[in-house]
Design a protein around this ligand. Structure first.
Ligand code: GLN
Length: 460
């Protein structure tokens, strides 16, 4: 059942919140031992909350927008009284002492948070294999990685262990696992959603966003989590669109009529042929729905990964200085995995004064150039469409060089470098392995992306 329909059914007493939750708890019990999407559950509290929501509905009292829907939260977002470990030994005993702004909003709207989901350690990865608590398996492609770093959140939705989930996206960590697990994932414009309460990977890139099986679920979550936060200085004060209204709008025969969609040649060139075939199929579909395709060229593609990783290392290094063992458990360098340690060492080296002009400042200049060029391309079109990830997910445990791992991110880091909104939506599969279509938009044009996702979904 679609998320919006279920939400209505719960409010109309056709299904109870308790039944909805119980179905998911049964599924988690059955599947989580091998999928490993959830690291911690709050089932007793969730059952109590579901009962309480049902009583309010029975009494005819007003309930929130997420009433009775069940959610998973990436374990780098603070939820009071749950372990916020960022999947690292460093924080294995850290209990969230407060609710992040997004969590507060979810709770205010009566969403039921059932537990915390697995991820790459400190969100530094694209496979969810670097979690201190073991890898997550891709429910749609057994034996393979779910992508990352929000692999647990994507897998939880794909395996039907919850209605919705949230993750964080610094260089693709929502879109990449959404693509690999065959679900929708949305990274809003930088600043559209408050990051207050999120453990930083690289603060100038990090954004929180939702996963769902359908566009209605994404719309509902955006309606809840988007908005200015006076406690978080990077959030934007803007006219928030009606996300849900856009999805529920009656679809015409040609829902994309009048839309110009950019197709960047280089995005296809770097991707595997089988992925390109699927994406070209989606593009044909969009043309049938009335869109016009415009060929574009983005010459800075080779600059994107080095620029992103340089800035990531420096910002991550700075963010980790508080994990010195005095306040938060272990000293990070003593207990973390190889990738986190690599970033700390690289970040420390690059941050040293004598090198700053050589690397970091250059990276910031490259970032401005990438942002300028992307905005220029976006100015001539409504959105840019292409593959989300250039390769299919590998089998769990395959040894990859760091550069091979980073290569998964080439198409997703661009939106974070530019601060623009971007999402991944299911486009098809290669022998059963899901492939996602990425849609990138102008800053604060998040709604347009969602409209395209909804149109493609209605066409299925
Ligand atoms: N894979 C990218 C990285 O390792 C992106 C991670 C993310 O978006 N959190 O930095």
């Amino acid at each position: 059942m679609k998320v919006l329909d279920k939400s209505e059914s719960i409010k109309n007493h056709e299904i109870t919140a308790s039944e909805n939750l119980q179905g998911f708890l049964d599924r988690i019990k059955k599947e989580n031992s091998h999928v490993n999407a959830f690291l911690e559950l709050k089932d007793a509290e969730a059952v109590e909350l579901a009962d309480e929501i049902d009583s309010r509905i029975e009494r005819g009292e007003k309930v929130g927008k997420l009433a009775g829907l069940v959610l998973g939260v990436k374990t780098n977002i603070n939820v009071e009284d749950l372990h916020i470990t960022a999947a690292s030994k460093t924080l294995e005993n850290y209990l969230g002492s407060y609710d992040a702004t997004v969590i507060r909003k979810i709770k205010e709207e009566d969403g039921i948070i059932v537990g915390m989901t697995n991820m790459d350690e400190f969100a530094a990865g694209s496979s969810t294999e670097t979690s201190y608590f073991g890898a997550t398996e891709n429910p749609r492609a057994p034996g393979r990685i779910p992508g990352g770093s929000s692999g647990g959140s994507a897998a939880a939705v794909a395996a039907e262990m919850c209605d919705l989930s949230i993750g964080s996206d610094t260089g693709g960590s929502i879109r990449n696992p959404a693509s690999h697990c065959g679900v929708m994932g949305f990274k809003p414009t930088y600043g559209a959603v408050s990051r207050q309460g999120l453990l930083d990977l690289a603060m100038s890139f990090d954004q929180i966003g939702p996963f769902s099986q359908d566009a209605g679920g994404i719309a509902l979550m955006l309606d809840v989590i988007v908005g200015h936060d006076p406690t978080e200085c990077t959030t934007l004060n803007w006219q928030i669109p009606d996300f849900r209204g856009a999805v529920e709008k009656e679809k015409t025969q040609k829902p994309l009529k009048g839309m110009k969609l950019g197709v960047v040649k280089q995005f296809l060139d770097v991707s595997d042929d089988k992925i390109v075939d699927i994406i070209e199929g989606s593009m044909e579909e969009m043309v049938e729905m009335g869109a016009e395709l415009v060929e574009l060229s983005f010459d800075q593609i080779d600059l994107c990964l080095p620029t992103y990783y340089l800035i990531n290392y420096v910002e991550f290094f700075s963010a980790t200085r508080k994990y010195d063992g005095r306040k938060y458990g272990h000293r990070i360098e003593e207990v973390c995995g190889d990738e986190v340690l690599r970033r700390i060492h690289m970040g420390s080296y690059i941050s040293q004064k004598e090198f700053s002009g050589k690397y970091y400042k250059k990276a910031l200049q490259a970032r401005s150039l990438i942002r300028k060029e992307m905005n220029k391309l976006l100015n001539g079109v409504d959105a840019i469409v292409g593959p989300t990830v250039p390769k299919l997910p590998h089998k769990i445990g395959t040894t990859l060089e760091p550069m091979e791992m980073y290569a998964y991110d080439v198409l997703t880091v661009i939106a974070n470098l530019a601060g623009i909104p971007a999402a991944s939506t299911p486009a098809g599969d290669v022998n059963g392995v899901p492939v996602g279509l990425q849609i990138q938009g102008k800053p604060l044009d998040d709604l347009k992306i969602l409209e395209i996702m909804a149109a493609l979904e209605a066409d299925e």
